[in-house]
Design a protein around this ligand. Sequence first.
Ligand SMILES: [Zn+2]
Length: 263
Amino acid sequence: MQWRRQDNNWQWNVSPGVTAWFTTRLGGVSAPPYDTRNLSFMVRDATGSVRENRRRSVPEVHRLVMAEQVHQEQLAWVGAANAGQGAFQASTSVPGVDGLLTTDNDVVLGMGFADCVPIFLSDVVGSMVGILHAGWRGTTLGIQIKAIEALALKGWDLGRLRVGIGPSIGPCCYEVDDVVARKVRDVLCHEETLAPGRDANHFYLDLWTTNRLLLERAGIERDNIDILGRCTACHPEEFFSHRRDKGRTGRMGGFICRTSNEI
Ligand SMILES: [Zn+2]
C-alpha cells in the first residue's frame, strides 16, 4: 500500500484489484485560472474544456459516477444503474452526498477536490471501493466513521479494510478560527491536531491526523491508513487550492474503481 506519482496523477496502490488515482492540474486544456486540468463544471470554466479534461482523466468516463458534494456526511451505495451520473454535467450527480461506495465493477467513483481531504476506501482484495469528501465539516460530522459503520453493517471485516488519504490542504497552511477548532475539540476530545495560529482565536488544523484518529476510533488499524501527506496549498505547480487561490480556481479529481476498469 503506497502513494506514487504516475504521469500526471497520484496513484494509490492498495491492491491489484483496485485502481485509485488523484489528478494534478497538469495535462488539461483549460485557460487560467483553471489551467490546465480543471475537472469541475461548477467553477465557471468552459464546459467543453471540462469535458475534455474529464475524458483525459477517466478512461471510461461513461462509467463515471460523481457526487453532488454538499459538505455533509451522507453516503450512497451506487452500481451499474448509476453509471454516467454527473459525468458530463453536474446536475445529474448523485444528490446530497459526500461519499460513494460500490461493489460493482461497472462504475468509476469520482469527486472534485481543491483542499478538502479525499479519503479512498477499499478492502484488501478490492471487493468494495469507496471515496469520501471531507473538509472540516465532513470530518467533524464523522463521515469517515459513518462509512466504516456502513461497511461493518454489511459484513466487512474491519481488519481487511484499507484507507488512502490523498492530497489536501496540510497542517502547514490550513488556519481555522475558534469556531472550527471547537468542533474539532468536541469530536476528538483533545487538541492533538490543532497548533497555535496568528492569535488566540486561530489555529492550524491537521485534517489528515484528525481523519486518521477518527478512522482508528471506528476500528481501522493505523497501519492500514495510508496518508500521502502532500499539501495542495504548498504546491501551486501541481494543485489547485481554494484557500491559496482565494476561491478562483479549478478542482482536481479523486477516482476509484475495481480493476476491470483499470487505467
Ligand atoms: Zn501547506
